[in-house]
Write a protein that binds this ligand. Structure first.
Ligand code: SAM
Ligand code: PRE
Length: 247
């Protein structure tokens, strides 16, 4: 994986453009996401461990909004279930191109990995195959809020008995004091990871129009409305959390 440091917002910009998963972001993405999302390496590795418990023979494991394929690689490190394949999907051409290169690298280093197909496409237009694991790792927050319920409904319909959706998201909090505290602590996390106040402020204005986090209660209610029977949070670090939703 690229080790190029994220300096995208280091210089003052006269106008901060909306955040996009373009070539510039792709080059620094492993560094950016690790320094921005508290708990990211723990979530990704354990997503593989969780997936191994839910994977069913002869089914698909989806990595939706796969970026550079970190989750796909974790699925392939941990899942040994007979007849499974991974389908990784992203609508950023730059991400998909680099993701394919990284997965070819994984193929050349390890044997007996699950087969993987990387699709450049919109997850809102995807025809889902019967699936036992669906990972949405920090992707739903970039989907238009009015599209989220229908997408989760389609995922629920594709899930086999015994399978699971694993949903990781940045959270907002309805209690203003809790929201303020965890937002301040997230800023402290970014500062501790070497981001300047300017970088933090410019990144915030770049993502505020494109990334709309929900609260834990909103996630739970929407998942139940989409037909999931049970929602179990398994990880939270500051204002970032991951949930297991059972069909
Ligand atoms: C924060 S990144 C996901 C990180 C990645 N899952 C990981 O764990 O490293 C969000 C990704 O979702 C993708 N994305 C956003 N909307 C999408 C859509 N409608 N269809 C497919 N991919 C989408 C973006 O291109 C981006 O790569
Ligand atoms: O909330 C932030 O400040 C973030 O940087 C979060 C976040 C994310 O949650 O996906 C946003 C965009 C980048 O992909 C990396 C991290």
């Amino acid at each position: 994986m690229s080790k190029e440091p994220d300096r995208i917002f280091a210089q003052p910009l006269t106008q901060v453009p909306d955040f996009a998963f373009n070539e510039d972001v792709v080059r620094v993405f492993p560094d950016m996401i690790k320094r921005s999302v508290p708990g990211y390496p723990t979530i990704v590795e354990n997503l593989g461990v969780l997936a191994a418990q839910f994977a069913r023979p002869d089914s698909v494991l989806y990595d939706l909004g796969c970026s550079l394929g970190a989750v796909t690689q974790a699925l392939r490190r941990h899942v040994r279930t007979e007849g499974c394949k991974v389908i990784a999907v992203d609508n950023s051409a730059a991400m998909v191109e680099r993701c394919r290169e990284y997965l070819n690298g994984q193929n050349s280093m390890f044997q007996e990995l699950l087969p993987v197909e990387v699709i450049e496409g919109d997850i809102l237009a995807l025809a889902f195959e019967p699936a036992s694991v669906v990972a949405l790792n920090f992707t739903l927050q970039f989907i238009a809020p009015e599209e989220r319920l229908a997408l989760l409904g389609r995922i629920r319909q594709s899930l086999l008995p015994g399978g699971a959706l694993i949903l990781s998201e940045k959270l907002r909090f309805s209690d203003p004091e809790e929201h303020g505290l965890l937002t301040d602590l997230h800023v402290a996390f970014k500062r501790a990871n070497g981001y300047s106040d300017l970088e933090i402020a410019q990144k915030r204005s770049a993502i505020e129009n494109v990334m709309k986090p929900d609260s834990l209660e909103e996630h739970r209610e929407r998942l139940l409305a989409a037909g999931f029977s049970k929602v179990v949070p398994w990880f939270q670090c500051l204002n970032f959390a991951s949930l297991i939703a059972l069909p």
